[in-house]
Design a protein around this ligand. Sequence first.
Ligand SMILES: Cc1cc2nc3c(=O)[nH]c(=O)nc-3n(C[C@H](O)[C@H](O)[C@H](O)COP(=O)(O)OP(=O)(O)OC[C@H]3O[C@@H](n4cnc5c(N)ncnc54)[C@H](O)[C@@H]3O)c2cc1C
Length: 478
Amino acid sequence: MTIDSVVRELRGALHASRVRDGALELSLYARDASVIEGKAAAVCFPVSTEEVQAAVRIAVAHGRAVVPRGSGTGLSGGAVPRGSDGLDPVVIVTTKMDRILEVNAEERVAWVEPGVLNLDLTNAISHLGLHFAPDPSSQSACTVGGNVANNAGGPHCLAYGVTSAHVLAVEVVLPNGETALLGGLDPEPPGYDLRGLFVGSEGCMGIATRIAVRLTPSAPAIKTLLADFTSLDDAARTVGDVIAAGVIPAAMEMMDARFVEVIERSLHVGFPPDAAAMLLVETDGLAAGTEAAASAIRSIAEANGARSVRVAADAEERALLWKGRKSAFGAIALIAPNYYLHDTVVPRTRLAEVLRRINDIADAHQLALLNVFHAGDGNLHPLLLFDKRVAGTMERVLDAGKQIIRVCVDAGGVLSGEHGIGLEKTEFMPWIFSGSDLDAQARARCAFDPEHRFNPHKVLPAGSQCGDLRSIPRGAWT
Ligand SMILES: Cc1cc2nc3c(=O)[nH]c(=O)nc-3n(C[C@H](O)[C@H](O)[C@H](O)COP(=O)(O)OP(=O)(O)OC[C@H]3O[C@@H](n4cnc5c(N)ncnc54)[C@H](O)[C@@H]3O)c2cc1C
């Protein structure tokens, strides 16, 4: 069946203006924030659960795959459209489902639609002394639905936990167009924890259409410290020593020399431009506790050779320091037109050694590299800079990326801390999972999506998809 009849039916079920199949729209929705591209047959923008159900039923009835999408800020190709059976997929974008449906300040719960932007949610409830704790650096642009699907993290997830710790229940549209409510508001909902399975499922098990999120009380006192080092090793050692001392800061971010220099040059936030490495550390809670934690962090940083440790004097200075940390990606345009942001995790004790090896890999591939990352939980974000118009560059970037991931895995790390597997890392999954591990994951996916209609080719490596499972013996990948 041609795509014309799919588009006609979608326009009948949604509104004509909310179903797009023009060349410009298709090319815009062929990508997310990664370097990967795909191809969509049509893009639609439902405004209700019923419209999502209708769009899913139509796509599936026409043999098309469905790709859920929020704001498209994902960095692993999760929302990049890849179809199946030679047919391009229908992309279902949730950004018009952006209502905060209910806020219960007493119970600290809000029901939201999936297209609500992360920062909009926090801004809408801050007058109640509450916030939504997961705070990805992209929080002004990414959706809560995308956060749920990728189990997003952020600087303050060191103390507060990643998205999965803040989602109580999810209403999901399944591949047959029916809805199911996963989880619940009770502290211990009975039955299997399908909410836990769905969070982080990267759009492969259905589309979240309503989400109950936990709201976190905003801390009465916050101390933000900026420690500046003349060596990367000293900064890395400080990270391990702070945690070993039993102090868990709300956030502990590390920035390397090149990053600091670029940010200071473009944003003038007050970073010492000649620092070899810097730590941005935040403690929050009751005033006396934050004071004690800040003083312990200062002593540990100084014992490790910090050249200076500055405490933000007021909310304005704190906001400026965080602006420096979170505006990294815009500032990078000053030095290169393209970047590839990686996401891996290593044990904190191996931070310094792994960073050295990553820098060597970038040098060997003649690529500039910046490091800015959630150091407290060992979540590295090596950022390769390049100009993709230069012939042969992309091959070097991809090879360097693969080597970086390998080094992190060999150091006892994992493939992703927060950006997900998407299309980017499917081939590396056997590096950390056995055949039977992958088999269990594929069977769980199959239970939600037996025909493999939702976001095909994502997360699991080729050969472990639902349809193939029937013929592949258990343990075939081992
Ligand atoms: C500058 C920058 C900084 C970033 N910093 C961070 C960071 O600090 N921490 C972090 O974790 N990530 C970060 N990211 C990555 C990204 O912002 C997050 O993964 C975010 O959660 C994606 O949300 P989105 O709305 O853009 O989702 P998309 O990119 O649109 O989609 C991401 C995945 O979710 C699926 N999906 C989207 N909506 C739904 C839904 N309603 N139901 C089911 N599946 C759905 C898609 O199919 C896809 O697999 C950053 C990205 C950028 C560009």
